[in-house]
Design a protein around this ligand. Structure first.
Ligand SMILES: [Zn+2]
Ligand SMILES: [Zn+2]
Length: 198
């Protein structure tokens, strides 16, 4: 008889069911380890401030598929891409995902539609929220991990006008000033001191 192996698995035989899930800081820390904007913080392993979340989901079946709908609320803490200060990113998402038996996952949605790989092939929003499962239990961990990871923008900022760190002395220019001169592009160095007509 199938048993849930982790706290984030739901047995198909229990569906339909409502479930509440919590993701602790240390677990979020483990999931986010290795991402540059996390590692830049130099936080210890198991950092309780790394992130976390709560999910409330309703599961129901439709044929061989299991659907889950509900909410995910949480946060992740990453480094500002300019000054490396911690930035807390809040997550408040509605979830609507489908778990499909692994063998039934379409190898390529485009083939099914008989379209080229070109611009004509549209991937519906639903296609992005399909996860495989083994037929007996669905695993929410990949979904929750994705919720945390996708909340991180390419270049997180602590604030829109963050001044960042001085490239030479490293001082945080949001809270201090330094006397460093802006570095001169070596190609322009010979022009230094040249007065340009205004
Ligand atoms: Zn910053
Ligand atoms: Zn400086």
């Amino acid at each position: 008889m199938a048993k849930p192996v982790t706290a984030y698995q739901v047995l198909v035989r229990d569906v339909p069911v409502h479930r509440h899930f919590e993701i602790s800081g240390p677990l979020a820390s483990e999931w986010l380890a290795g991402l540059p904007m996390r590692d830049a913080l130099g936080a210890p392993d198991g950092d309780p401030q790394a992130g976390g979340g709560v999910a409330d989901l309703d599961f129901y079946d439709e044929g061989e598929n299991i659907h889950a709908t509900g909410t995910f609320k949480g946060f992740v803490t990453v480094a500002c891409s300019r000054c490396v200060d911690p930035v807390r990113l809040d997550i408040d998402d509605k979830l609507q995902v489908t778990f499909m038996p692994a063998g039934k996952m379409p190898p390529d949605e485009n083939d099914k539609a008989g379209e080229d790989d070109g611009e004509g092939a549209e991937v519906g929003a639903d296609d992005l929220d399909v996860f495989p499962f083994d037929g007996e239990r669905v695993d929410l961990e990949p979904l929750f991990r994705e919720e945390l990871v996708l909340a991180i923008p390419y270049a997180p900022l602590c604030r829109e006008d963050c001044k960042g760190l001085c490239g030479q002395c490293g001082i945080d220019l949001n809270s201090g000033t330094c006397k460093c001169e802006a570095p001169i592009d070596p190609r322009l160095a010979p022009l230094k001191g040249l007065k340009l007509p205004s």
